[in-house]
Design a protein around this ligand. Structure first.
Ligand code: SAM
Length: 279
């Protein structure tokens, strides 16, 4: 594995939101893990900003309906994949690089009994282990920031979509170039690769062959969400430190604090993009 994607794996093998944390929270809330309803898990398993509404926004733009075959790029613990299956009746295949995330996704999917509609397979979105033209939609929530060659991932999305298939995703964007020091901090703390501004990103999507039909700036929405996230990470950090577990996340925390500031100053932010593979 090359070092660039290896860093993302290292980061997510130790990420503060893990399968164990999710199960601990669920147990604390309901006393046991029998017959967990999707609505009980969804507040805990979505590792992106904007929660379930952010998934609805992608579903709408990707025209996901009952029976749609959907690939979720960088599926994480499978939160968006399970939601799309449960809420829309889609059949979802997640592609996820980090083995611990793949195992976590499998366990959480089993917990909800959604195994026949959701599977998360281990793989790299720059080399997707799926055949050409097999999907109606490709979605991704806030993850391509880790992917060193986003053009390659978009080309893979294009390849696995059938003609007329849709792509809809969110990602970090850089409205202005980062200083070298901030680039290094984001890389060391959160395995963040190169970022683009909204316009450049849209060009990249076009270059992969898609017709781009919407580009949305999510930066103002993210400002408020991030303040809450930072408070949540701070609490988690204190909890893990108290429990005697190695916090091991100082670089993450430091970079996250800076990230929140950079979004407040609209240097970094979020974008939502949607497009179609021409028929
Ligand atoms: C911020 S998490 C998002 C997870 C999920 N989309 C969600 O919203 O809950 C980013 C995920 O991308 C995965 N990832 C990073 N690089 C990848 C790659 N090249 N191919 C597949 N997955 C990757 C990470 O392992 C991590 O689980």
């Amino acid at each position: 594995m090359n070092t660039e994607i290896g860093s993302a794996v290292d980061f997510y093998e130790r990420h503060p939101i893990s399968l164990e944390i999710i199960l601990t929270r669920l147990k604390a809330e309901r006393g046991h893990l029998d017959s967990v309803a999707p609505e009980e898990l969804f507040p805990h398993d979505q590792d992106h900003y904007g929660g379930l509404a952010a998934n609805d926004a992608l579903a709408e733009r990707a025209q996901i309906t009952k029976g749609s075959r959907v690939a979720d790029f960088c599926a994480g613990l499978g939160g968006p994949a399970r939601y799309l299956a449960h809420r829309y009746g889609a059949d979802v295949t997640g592609i996820e690089l980090t083995p611990a995330r793949v195992r976590g996704a499998e366990e959480l999917t089993r917990l909800l009994g959604l195994e026949s509609n959701v599977r998360v397979i281990q793989g790299n979105v720059m080399e997707v282990p799926l055949p050409d033209g097999c999907m109606d939609a490709v979605v991704s929530q806030e993850a391509l920031l880790h992917v060193p060659n986003k053009g390659r991932a978009l080309a893979e999305a294009f390849r696995i979509l059938k003609p007329g298939g849709r792509i809809a995703f969110t990602d970090w964007v850089a409205h202005r170039p980062l200083s070298e020091a901030d680039k290094e901090l984001m890389w060391q703390g959160m395995a963040v690769s190169d970022l683009y501004d909204l316009q450049t990103y849209a060009e990249l999507i076009k270059k992969a062959g898609f017709t781009v039909y919407s580009v949305e700036d999510l930066t103002p929405d993210w400002g408020n969400i991030l303040k809450q996230r930072l408070a949540m990470y701070k609490k988690l950090r204190e909890e893990t430190q108290k429990a005697g577990a190695p916090a091991g996340h100082d670089a993450f925390y430091e970079s996250y604090v800076r990230f929140v500031d950079l979004v407040k100053d609209a240097v970094l932010g979020g974008g939502r993009f949607a497009g179609e593979k021409p028929r």
